[in-house]
Write a protein of this length. Structure first.
Length: 278
């Protein structure tokens, strides 16, 4: 009986063994919380490879993962200046229209640099060949930039999204998640989940305006993905293939709204892991 049990346990070792995970992050604060998740995954025995541009802010090698970098056509100074301008826009006050225009301008500038980084990753034949040969089992990515989804589609593996929220609520469209404008406030509207009729109209109109912003920001990725995959695809096609959406939100800080079965709230990941003084 003991021998039979031992044989059964040994036969299950391949199930318990860690998997091979490809990570395609977004620099800045997005990466800082993702890095803590990778530390935990490493302790569970997973093999982790992180792909990042040579020029970055915080994505540095650690013992938790193997890091693969690729050259990009911008400098460290240009990257830091872009991030500084973007963060300044977030904290500036003004009317709804002023904030929309500033957000649009900042997103346009950042998008050019991030699109360039994604393009140089996909055009790096040596690195792409390495990723193909590694036989990854999943891609862990921040969908703010759909470069990870493009690679997941190319490698024919599932993708796991790790995010706060996407511009224009694209994650809701990708998962076909209901988002009623009657009680789900759109970003930047300063509305709550309790709105009168005029506020609901404002919420609805603002949702339409978001569509044009995101079409401008993400259309270049659709063209890039179509060229790389050798078939016509849209960004929504790529995002809709995401297996799990790990969302850094929770209902203690955010208004209640519908969720789909593959959307998981993990709001505690945002909290600083340190002791507070008395």
């Amino acid at each position: 009986q003991a021998t039979t049990t031992l044989v059964l346990l040994l036969s299950m070792l391949h199930v318990a063994a860690g998997g091979k995970l490809l990570v395609v992050p977004v620099d800045g604060s997005h990466w800082l919380s993702m890095r803590e998740v990778l530390d935990s995954l490493k302790l569970k025995g997973h093999e982790i490879v992180v792909v990042a541009p040579e020029v970055n802010l915080y994505i540095k090698p650690t013992k938790s993962f193997v890091m693969k970098t690729y050259p990009v056509p911008f400098t460290q100074e240009e990257l830091e200046q872009m991030f500084w301008r973007t963060t300044q826009n977030v904290f500036e006050e003004g009317s709804l229209l002023e904030r929309i225009l500033k957000t649009y301008e900042g997103a346009k500038n950042a998008s050019v640099m991030f699109l360039s980084a994604c393009s140089h990753l996909l055009q790096n034949n040596e690195l792409v060949r390495y990723l193909e040969e590694y036989k990854f089992e999943a891609v862990f990515t921040d969908p703010m930039l759909p470069c990870g989804q493009i690679l997941a589609e190319h490698l024919s593996v599932p993708s796991i999204a790790f995010l706060q929220q996407m511009p224009c609520s694209l994650e809701l469209k990708a998962t076909q998640c209901p988002s009623p404008p009657s009680y789900v406030p759109r970003t930047f509207t300063d509305l709550t989940d309790r709105m009168d009729f005029l506020q609901r109209v404002k919420n609805l109109v603002f949702g339409f305006s978001n569509y044009f912003l995101c079409n401008f920001l993400y259309q270049p990725y659709a063209k890039l993905a179509s060229e790389f995959l050798h078939r016509e695809v849209t960004v929504m096609d790529l995002l809709s293939q995401t297996s799990i959406w790990l969302t850094k939100q929770d209902f203690s800080l955010h208004y209640p709204r519908p969720l789909m079965p593959n959307m998981v709230f993990i709001g505690g990941v945002n909290c600083a892991q340190k002791k507070l003084s008395q």
